[in-house]
Design a binder for this molecule. Structure first.
Ligand SMILES: Nc1ncnc2c1ncn2[C@@H]1O[C@H](COP(=O)(O)OP(=O)(O)OP(=O)(O)O)[C@@H](O)[C@H]1O
Ligand SMILES: CC(=O)C(=O)O
Ligand SMILES: [K+]
Ligand SMILES: [Mg+2]
Length: 443
């Protein structure tokens, strides 16, 4: 794994803090660079944990309430996390649990309690998501309790903050300046999981440091059959704007219970890899599933297979990658990386090497999706962890100098010792200090 996501919808901050500490300890002890992504709760409304997954039958009347019942919740009562729930819903609204797993119609409001009748039966899974619809469209709710989590993320120096239910670029810009004002450089990932985020996709991604295709909620907000096309579009826009993109949710859902995936799940994972997304994310499979390590192994083997198909078949796709740099110096870096990646494919080199202080040049190489591994060397551990999210990069931290000769020799020894390269391998090295391209054989 490259990144550990902690979902603030679940558990306490103390619990998450302990998870972060454990990941950090493993990084120290084993030399890993697993980054931490804190996923905010967002404007999501969800039910409490009812214990198990009670089934709801057609015509039954259930009560949704914001009251806290300590252990003696009345029968057919569902707790809801959002305090303004009873004020915001209206009689006649349609309530969708998990995007349609169960449907209710609101029939009566009594103080903090909302009575609903089931119109489409199903199961109530723990902390299931709730959306409500009025006159055929989604009723919107603005809900903000994320700031405390964001302060927590800053205090813990997480590497990424993923913002749920982003509606516009303003939210991202606001959060980025909040983070910068606290002398932090946490990267901000926009979760695309609402209709508004699709409408304002380009501006949102431009403002962000990356995006997540959050298919769970997205599938509850747009018709399910539109999710694959939305995924394709988000992945493409991110690549064009040089932002890492994560495909998330239900990739291997059946592996929560079973040790092998369904054929359909394998096809879904393959498609996400074929689209050349940067990262695949597990949720329930690793948070509470029976086979978290097996699920990760499946992601890995399917990814390796598809990437081998890209490499062996020399499928180098002809995606037009527009210029993203604004300064002349950025434009030079971009041209260098585009050329280096093209040379790497044409000359069939064994690896690309990139020496980069900020990580930018590594991301530009990754964006070209070349047919060989990219070893990225950077001077900072936090840049190293962040690069771990991006396609094809194998990042290392290394104090390096302006003397490329000595940098090359040190990194050759480092990678030879790990069996990652060998004498005679053909490599291309680029650096953002010298803005150079070198082609050479490993001595
Ligand atoms: N810390 C945890 N402890 C117990 N169960 C968890 C935990 N984290 C997640 N889960 C369970 O795993 C399942 C999927 O996880 P999660 O809620 O993170 O999905 P998600 O779709 O990514 O969520 P979101 O849309 O809120 O980001 C849920 O059923 C949840 O109850
Ligand atoms: C990951 C997430 O938030 C979703 O799929 O909805
Ligand atoms: K979340
Ligand atoms: Mg979500």
């Amino acid at each position: 794994m490259n990144v550990a996501r902690i979902n603030m919808c679940h558990g306490t901050r103390e619990w998450h803090k302990r998870v972060i500490e454990r990941v950090r300890r493993l990084n120290e002890e084993k030399g890993y660079a697993v980054a931490i992504m804190m996923d905010t709760e967002g404007s999501e409304i969800h039910m409490g944990d009812l214990g198990g997954a009670p089934s709801v039958k057609d015509g039954e009347v259930w009560t949704l309430s914001v009251r806290a019942y300590d252990g003696n919740r009345p029968e057919r009562t569902i707790t809801v996390n959002y305090d303004g729930f009873a004020e915001d819903v209206q009689v006649g609204d349609e309530l969708l649990v998990d995007g349609g797993m169960v449907r209710f119609e609101v029939i009566e409001k009594i103080g903090p309690d909302v009575k609903c009748m089931c119109t489409d039966p199903g199961l109530l899974l723990p902390r299931a998501n709730l959306t409500f619809w009025r006159d055929g469209s989604l009723a919107r709710i603005f809900y903000f309790q994320d700031w405390l989590d964001i302060d927590f993320g800053i205090a813990e120096s997480v590497d990424f903050i993923a913002v749920s239910f982003v509606k516009s670029a303003d939210v991202i810009n606001h959060l980025k300046s909040y983070i910068a004002a606290r002398s932090s450089d946490i990267a901000v990932i926009a979760k695309i999981e609402s209709i508004d985020s699709l409408k304002n996709l380009k501006e949102i991604i431009e403002a962000s440091d990356g995006a997540m295709v959050a298919r769970g909620d997205l599938g509850a907000q747009i018709p399910l059959e539109q999710v694959p096309a939305a995924q394709q579009r988000i992945v493409e826009v991110c690549r064009q704007l040089n932002k890492p993109v994560i495909v998330a949710s239900q990739l291997l859902e059946s592996m929560i219970e079973y040790p092998t995936p369904t054929r359909a799940e394998v096809a879904d994972v393959s498609e996400a890899v074929r689209q050349r997304s940067d990262a695949l994310m597990l949720s329930g499979e690793s948070a509470m599933g029976q086979f978290p390590d097996k699920a990760l192994t499946v992601l890995r083997s399917v990814s390796v297979r598809i990437e081998k198909w890209w490499r062996d078949g020399k499928h180098h796709e002809a995606m037009e990658l527009p210029a993203v740099g604004s300064s002349f110096s950025d434009r030079i870096s971009e041209e260098i990386c585009t050329s280096a990646a093209k040379m790497a494919n044409n000359l069939e080199v064994d690896a690309l090497f990139v020496y980069t202080k900020t990580g930018h040049m590594a991301s530009l190489l990754s964006r070209c999706r070349p047919d060989c591994p990219i070893f990225a060397f950077t001077t900072s551990t936090s840049v190293r962890r962040r690069l771990n999210l991006q396609w094809g990069l194998i990042p290392f931290r290394l104090g390096f100098s302006d003397d490329m000769e000595s940098n090359l020799n040190r990194t050759f020894s480092l990678l030879k010792a790990r069996g990652m390269i060998k004498s005679g391998d053909l490599v291309i090295a680029v650096s953002d200090m010298l803005q150079s391209i070198q082609v050479m054989n490993v001595p």
